[in-house]
Design a binder for this molecule. Structure first.
Ligand code: ZN
Length: 359
């Protein structure tokens, strides 16, 4: 990235109310067939326009063509029976009725590649594309075939790698894997979760990111957060191994959360997408609040490695709130960018003065 502190979002953005019911996760589509595919394309156009207007540097599809960040991908795979549902605890947090893995999982055709090609035509800005991570995928399914979380995750990693390679060929600049499950199943993450993630990014000729958060601002997540105590040290469990991994960028929740910011020192050397926008509240951050979060992250992350971002996706928020939050993100990033540039110019001036004095 040539811009200092390039801004982006974690992933999803609100959909227009004519496409899907607003302020809701898993919102059903309001259109059908041909009208739905055209509607999704129009929503992509609007989303990219709004991101660019808000000054977002690395844009995305805002997940306008998906109902859900995990399920929509799985719906396109074979080996999973969506009729046959079982009740399961998701991320050890809430019960949900989930589809069943009934045979070998495979990807018969590309899932998001056409959407990515369409998006590529709409903008010259770098594009980030989010895919679910292997561990988060297995956590939303009942496995009646592999009978091994690790084996199923490995199969998904191979499938994700195929999709990711085609997304890169379609012009995507950063592939991001969403792994909120990394914040829950620490032993599995360290034993095989990160290995599966590395399988998913194998041979990708683009930058790669992993997004690890405390979830959307929905009740199940906010209730869970209340049980986590005064300091959220979950990242501490997986950062040391992630720091050693091949992943380029780590996307994290930082603003308004109880994550001790010094945990960022555990991933030194990685690029960090710092969540500076809280997605669990409608109140709009001031640019100065955003700047404060970024400044505290700068104590542990080099300025050239810091990417201001949102804590998580904003799909459940109203469009108006999401837009204002994106503006705050850009304005907050601009404040800190100016400070860094000013500081660098001063240092340069000082160095030149010293050199002249020495002659
Ligand atoms: Zn998230």
């Amino acid at each position: 990235m040539t811009v200092l502190l390039p801004t982006s979002t974690a992933g999803s953005l609100p959909k227009p109310s004519w496409l899907a019911e607003p302020e809701k996760l898993w919102s059903p589509w309001k259109l059908e067939a041909q009208a739905l595919s055209k509607g999704k394309q129009d929503a992509l156009r609007i989303s990219i326009h709004e991101q660019q207007q808000a000054g977002v540097d690395i844009v995305s599809d805002g997940e306008q063509t998906r109902q859900h960040f995990v399920t929509t991908f799985i719906e396109h795979l074979s080996g999973v029976d969506f009729e046959n549902k079982q009740t399961l605890r998701i991320r050890d947090r809430y019960e949900a009725s989930v589809p069943t893995v009934v045979g070998l999982v495979s990807r018969q055709q590309p899932v998001f590649v056409e959407d990515a090609k369409f998006l590529r035509k709409q903008t010259d800005k770098p594009i980030k594309w989010a895919l679910p991570g292997p561990m988060t995928m297995i956590d939303t399914l009942f496995d009646d075939h592999y009978h091994s979380r690790e084996k199923l995750a490995w199969e998904f990693a191979k499938i994700l790698n195929q999709e990711a390679k085609e997304l890169v060929a379609a012009g995507v600049d950063i592939i991001q894997f969403d792994e909120p499950a990394f914040n829950v199943f620490f032993d599995d993450v360290n034993e095989w979760g990160i290995k599966c993630l590395e399988r998913a990014i194998e041979g990708l000729e683009c930058e790669t990111a992993v997004h690890i958060c405390y979830g959307y601002g929905i009740k199940a997540n906010t209730d869970w957060k209340k049980t986590l105590g005064s300091e959220w040290r979950q990242y501490e469990e997986v950062f040391p191994k992630l720091q050693q991994s091949n992943i380029d960028i780590i996307s994290l929740e930082c603003h308004n959360s109880r994550v001790p910011i010094e945990l960022l020192s555990l991933i030194r050397g990685k690029k960090v997408m710092v969540g500076a926008i809280d997605v669990a509240t409608d109140s709009i951050e001031t640019p100065e609040e955003v700047a404060d979060t970024l400044r505290s992250a700068l104590k542990y992350v080099d300025a050239d490695m810091l990417y201001p971002c949102t804590n998580c996706g904003m799909a459940p928020l109203s469009r108006d709130v999401a837009r204002k939050k994106l503006n705050a993100l850009s304005e907050g990033a601009a404040i800190v960018r100016n400070e860094i540039e000013h500081e660098r110019a001063e240092k340069l001036e000082y160095a030149i003065t010293e050199e002249v004095a020495a002659v």
